[in-house]
Ligand binder design. Structure first.
Ligand SMILES: [Fe+2]
Length: 400
């Protein structure tokens, strides 16, 4: 049964060509904007030039901070904060994927933050270490222009950051980092390479799948939302891979990514245990975020499918289109999980740790990292039911 609060103040401007509205939207937020994008931005120079022109045409000054790499580092965020402060920027524009959007949100909050920026992040859930979790309370206004249909950061209050020194990756969760608006233009994703398109699809699916198999069972509308996101991605990612310029498929992937993690699919509780493992793969082994999920998801499901058979049965029939006639529930569930693994393989997403160079020798470090950052006071990873250290080792071994 539902018990929840819902709040999402992000205005979405969606459609092919809508990036042309950037200048007028930025002008609603301030008079001097910090534009945040990738350090390696040659592939989108034309887009950045075009966007800069639309902003300056509105009489708004621009300051460029093109320093973001994948899995944004808190040290890089600190550099953005310094620039925003020294230039007196009064709003922030992100042009890029999840790393860029999350960096922009963190910079926007960091401008007002006192003390160590890493304290904005929820981390060290076991209470070790000297840092205190202290989420930010205030941030500059932000506008998001996503160029990758995956993280959904454009319409939520989360920003994932990494700390190379601590080998940790975790997230800021604070209402003040909700963007003011997002311009979601599917045309900006038409040039994405195949591997990134596949990994983005896996990430989007993971955002609803984690909740689908771990959350409470009696929330049918939420389950229909979640199934809608998964089916939309499965139906459209192949079209986008076959024909990268298929803007209808790209639009469907973009909107699915946004809706997967903007709160609509959450029934009031829910955990993201696979993401906690994925974050360690990224922090310790530089695995692409979507790839980390495409590796963990099938292994997780194969190991835990009998813990909540009702959910897995539903997944098999409603998401993977397994026909139940003449089959036992166990066979249907196993076929659903197997079809999901086949789907990930067919779109070219990695499905084993070997694909990304992680070996048996690395497993203890990964488990230790998950335990330090994400285990609760009960010494387990939050999920339904909770996952012990040994259970987790079983999953990661399965993914080898
Ligand atoms: Fe994700």
């Amino acid at each position: 049964m539902y018990t929840f609060e819902f709040y999402n103040p992000v205005r979405v401007i969606f459609g092919v060509g809508k990036v042309a509205c950037t200048g007028s939207e930025v002008a609603k937020l301030g008079r001097k904007v910090l534009i945040v994008s990738y350090e390696d931005h040659a592939f989108m120079d034309e887009l950045l030039d075009r966007i800069g022109d639309t902003i300056r045409d509105e009489g708004v000054e621009t300051v460029e901070f093109f320093e973001v790499r994948d899995n944004p580092e808190v040290a890089m965020v600190a550099g953005g904060v310094e620039l925003a402060k020294s230039e007196n920027c009064d709003c922030v524009l992100a042009v890029g994927g999840g790393s860029v959007m999350d960096a922009a949100k963190a910079i926007a909050a960091g401008v007002y933050y006192e003390g160590d920026l890493w304290n904005m992040v929820y981390h060290r859930h076991d209470g070790s270490g000297s840092n205190e979790i202290n989420p930010p309370q205030q941030a500059l206004a932000t506008l998001m222009i996503p160029t990758l249909p995956a993280t959904g950061s454009e319409m939520n209050m989360c920003a994932v950051l990494s700390n190379a020194e601590l080998k940790e990756k975790s997230y800021i969760w604070a209402e003040c980092i909700f963007p003011k608006a997002a311009i979601i233009d599917p045309e900006l994703t038409a040039s994405l390479p195949s591997l990134l398109t596949a990994c983005a699809a896996a990430d989007t699916i993971s955002h609803v799948l984690e909740i689908y198999i771990n959350s409470q069972p009696d929330t049918p509308l939420q389950h229909y939302f979640q199934e809608g996101v998964m089916r939309t991605v499965i139906e459209n990612v192949t079209k986008a891979l076959d024909n990268p310029g298929d803007l209808e498929a790209r639009a469907n992937l973009q909107w699915a990514a946004t809706c997967a993690i903007n709160g609509w699919s959450y029934p009031g509780d829910g955990w993201t245990p696979m993401h906690q493992v994925g974050h360690q793969l990224t922090a310790r082994h530089a695995v692409n975020h979507g790839a980390s999920l495409s590796i963990i998801m099938p292994a997780w499901m194969e190991v835990f499918k009998n813990r909540r058979p009702k959910q897995y049965l539903r997944f098999a029939e409603r998401v993977m289109d397994v026909t139940p006639a003449g089959k036992s529930d166990q066979d249907i569930i196993a076929e659903g999980v197997a079809k999901f693994r086949e789907f990930l393989e067919a779109i070219g997403a990695p499905t084993s740790l070997g694909d990304v160079g992680v070996t048996e020798d690395d497993l203890a470090g990964i488990i230790d990292g998950v335990a330090r950052v994400s285990f609760g006071p009960d010494g387990q990873l939050a999920c339904n039911p909770p996952v012990s250290r040994d259970d987790l080792l079983g999953v990661i071994r399965k993914a080898l």
